[in-house]
Design a protein around this ligand. Structure first.
Ligand SMILES: [Zn+2]
Ligand SMILES: [Zn+2]
Length: 396
């Protein structure tokens, strides 16, 4: 009996060890790519930022200075702070330009968590007004309201999505690693001290979120973003916590790239307006920057009337010819897909792609990196970048 038990424990331990070794091997091949941005693309300025950040003013562990330092080390142009139900940093955030600081909040409302930007105060009257009241004041102030983690296992959004909500988090780092298997988590933790990019191993395809995003985008503009939901805090007991994962690591994992036509202004106020304008228009892509700089991809739509960026709406007539262009770095391998109204209609492994667009619809591009997975002796596609859709309408 004792010998059988010892044998079983031995086998289980050996399997766990083997699994850990396999994880380490796979993680070793997930280093971020570097490359020069692709040549031969129109002049589009790309602004990189991290969204959904908690500080010491709610349940995060860091102060503003610490978070700014982490953002600089991840080369971010902007950060969007969203403490729970407070705008405590509104005044101190205003002054910074490197990176630019947007101070919003993550509001706990009856149907779920809402990420907002543009409120100047958060009062108990507003709280009483609930979701409708918040959306009223945001509309008035030209702010932003996004669903935070609509499928969070504990805090999912529990209502139909109000028409005045601008969009949603398609990626949320906190949700990202909650749905991984315990052995994958363990492998990542073991690899973490050796590989800065260990968390790349936890990247999943956000199937349900993409489905919700697509189904709402078909009806109206509905922005998708990627969020870090950074806390840098894991509670160990009532009084102690572990500062993990640190701000700089999550800042380099999930990012948003805003597409703007003019370089970002040097003063904070006008620069913030540019960022807000691009965000509200959904002129952005988001994804797993931990696998490689998202600015390496360039996506634009060419019409006879000019160049359009992801998130934009184009009115066409029968004569208009439209070409969707994608440029990717030559030295790496990709799989790029095009979706119309949520349905995959084209795919390519090329680095210079031009697709002719003939029908009206909502067109979205998703790019996967093809990465070596040594334990499978092959390359596998890993989700990397999701662009907000181009909406193509027939002119009346
Ligand atoms: Zn939340
Ligand atoms: Zn949060």
């Amino acid at each position: 009996m004792k010998r059988t038990l010892g044998f079983i424990i031995g086998v289980v331990l050996a399997l766990v060890l083997l699994n850990l070794l396999a994880s380490l091997l796979n993680i070793a091949f997930l280093r971020p790519w570097s490359a020069a941005p692709p040549a031969d693309s129109p002049a589009i300025h790309k602004i990189v930022g991290a969204a959904h950040i908690h500080t010491r003013h709610s349940d995060g562990s860091g102060g503003l200075q610490e978070i700014l330092t982490a953002a600089r080390s991840s080369n971010l142009d902007f950060i969007w702070i969203t403490d729970h139900n407070t705008l405590a940093l509104l005044d101190s955030g205003r002054l910074h330009r490197q990176p630019l600081v947007l101070v919003g909040a993550e509001l706990s409302l009856q149907p779920g968590h809402l990420l907002v930007y543009g409120l100047s105060q958060w009062t108990s009257e507003q709280r009483m007004g609930g979701l409708r009241g918040i959306l009223d004041s945001l509309e008035h102030r030209k702010g932003i309201a996004l669903l935070a983690h609509p499928y969070h296992p504990k805090m999912r959004w529990r209502e139909p999505v109000d028409d005045r909500i601008h969009g949603m988090e398609v990626l949320n780092a906190d949700v990202e690693w909650r749905n991984d298997r315990p052995l994958e988590m363990l492998g990542t933790l073991v690899a973490y001290p050796f590989f800065r990019h260990a968390m790349n191993f936890l990247i999943d395809y956000p199937r349900r979120e993409l489905h919700l995003w697509d189904s709402l985008s078909v009806r109206r503009r509905f922005i998708g973003i990627g969020s870090v939901d950074a806390h840098a805090k894991i509670k160990l007991s009532k009084t102690s916590y572990w500062k993990f994962p640190p701000y700089d690591r999550v800042f380099s994992l999930i990012q948003n790239v805003l597409y703007v036509r003019e370089p970002l202004a040097s003063e904070p106020e006008p620069a913030r307006r540019q960022v807000l304008e691009a965000l509200r228009a959904g002129r952005l892509a988001f994804g797993f920057a931990g696998l490689g700089d998202l600015r390496m991809a360039t996506i634009w739509l060419e019409a006879d009337t000019g160049i359009y960026l992801p998130g934009e709406t184009i009115e066409v007539d029968r004569e208009t010819s439209l070409r969707l262009h994608i440029r990717l770095p030559r030295e790496h391998q990709f799989e790029t897909y095009l979706y119309r109204d949520g349905v995959r209609i084209a795919g390519s492994r090329l680095k210079t792609i031009t697709w002719a667009i003939q029908e009206p619809g909502v067109y979205r591009v998703a790019i996967f990196q093809r990465r070596i997975r040594p334990t499978r002796f092959s390359r596998i596609p890993i989700p990397w970048l999701f662009a907000n859709p181009f909406t193509i309408r027939m002119a009346p």
